[in-house]
Design a protein around this ligand. Structure first.
Ligand SMILES: [Zn+2]
Length: 395
């Protein structure tokens, strides 16, 4: 569309930034180790209810989710994220209590500071400012939040999307607040993710004495050429938006510990991160074909933890790029790197999905931290995305 961008809202005030900081601190104080929510969604629901959002709480066992919407018409812009965090790891390696946020030299420390309680705080305060200025915005502003992203991810976003699909409630645009930035805020926007397929391999042999190999069948010897072929294989060259598919052996073990015994069994695990050039079926056929050609006697269990997804450049990625450029002067790279995210459950419904968030350098580590100024600017970016997509300026 050729209409000019709606006029940006005035610069954020110190009081508005303080609201973002305080919400980040309140959320970090809740030790919401996956799938626990520990009251995070209660805090957020109260804020959204005060803005006039209609809130549905969808609880499945220990997993809590909310679906909240402001508006009835289309198009629908949804902000998505998770309140759960990964475990702290060794507490003695943390310089401060992981669940007591500490602000030091402009950095806020605590579990979830980057992944992704700063993102949540930024999207809530953005919507507070946006609705105050545009109470009658066009379309619908929505939130889909879960306490099960870091865990099994079954009763979280996946389940809520199934419910919304059954009701034919469609998301047009979904902004995921995961920490997408690499070195500086806004340098990277994710517009897709690779798929992840894992295999648990057991190779069967016959244990025996190393001096009598004709009486034994060494599973290390039988599988080694197949593994070498898999490790060296060029699966594809990727494409404009995806890195090439990669295969990695993550674990391998065989042997009794004794130097004179041929092992009777070998166990290995491997993982493939794959682009949209591949399918699960195609990968499985290739791998099984290689084991069979090398006459390996094996059993193999498969785990699909995510299919690849991709949102071609469109209105949402354009709005995100504009917001980043206006707030930072940066032109973000559109990337599909990194692990999987809940975007994998949303994109297949036809929604445009984009991830934009803070720097991910410390996520899942001890002493996780976020630059608080980045969270404030991120909140401004989210507000700008709301304006660009849900405000129609006449004349
Ligand atoms: Zn996350």
């Amino acid at each position: 569309m050729s209409s000019p961008h709606p006029t940006p809202s005035p610069a954020r005030t110190a009081a508005e930034d303080l609201a973002t900081l305080q919400l980040m601190q309140d959320l970090i104080r809740r030790a919401s180790v996956s799938p626990e929510d520990q009251g995070c969604l209660e805090i957020i629901s109260a804020r959204l209810a005060a803005l006039g959002f209609r809130i549905e709480r969808l609880t499945f066992g220990p997993v809590e989710n909310i679906w909240a919407r402001h508006g009835d018409s289309g198009p629908l812009l949804c902000f998505a994220g998770h309140t759960d965090v990964v475990p702290t790891g060794p507490r003695e390696e943390w310089q401060t209590d992981p669940f007591e946020p500490v602000l030091r030299d402009g950095m806020l420390y605590g579990r979830g500071a980057a992944d992704m309680k700063s993102g949540l705080a930024a999207m809530i305060t953005a919507s507070e400012r946006f609705i105050a200025r545009h109470p009658g915005h066009s379309g619908t502003l929505a939130f889909l939040l879960t306490s099960d992203e870091e865990g099994p991810s079954i009763d979280g976003t996946r389940r809520v999307m199934e419910i919304l699909e059954a009701r034919n409630e469609k998301l047009d645009w979904c902004m995921v607040g995961e920490p997408s930035s690499t070195d500086v805020l806004g340098d990277t926007i994710k517009i897709g993710r690779r798929g992840s397929l894992s295999g648990k391999l057991t190779v069967h042999g016959i244990q025996g004495h190393v001096a009598y190999p004709h009486l034994a069948d060494n599973p290390v010897h039988s599988v080694a050429p197949a593994l070498a072929e898999l490790a060296a294989r060029v699966w594809d060259k990727g494409n404009e938006f995806f890195q090439p598919t990669s295969f990695q052996i993550s674990n391998i073990s065989a042997g009794t510990g004794a130097p004179n015994v041929v092992p009777g069994e070998l166990k290995a695990r491997f993982n493939i991160r794959f682009s949209t050039e591949q399918t699960v079926e195609k990968l499985q056929q290739t791998i099984v074909g290689i084991f069979d050609r090398h006459k390996v006697n094996y059993t193999l269990e498969w785990f699909v933890s995510g299919l690849p997804f991709f949102t071609p450049p469109g209105q949402l990625s354009a709005a995100a790029a504009t917001a980043v450029f206006e707030k930072t002067g940066r032109k973000p790279e559109m990337s599909t790197t990194g692990g999987t995210s809940d975007g994998r459950f949303i994109a297949p419904t036809g929604a445009q999905v984009v991830e934009l968030g803070v720097i991910n350098a410390t996520i899942h580590k001890v002493n996780e931290s976020v630059k608080v100024a980045d969270a404030y600017v991120l909140s401004g970016m989210y507000e700008r995305v709301m304006e660009l997509l849900l405000v129609q300026e006449s004349g």
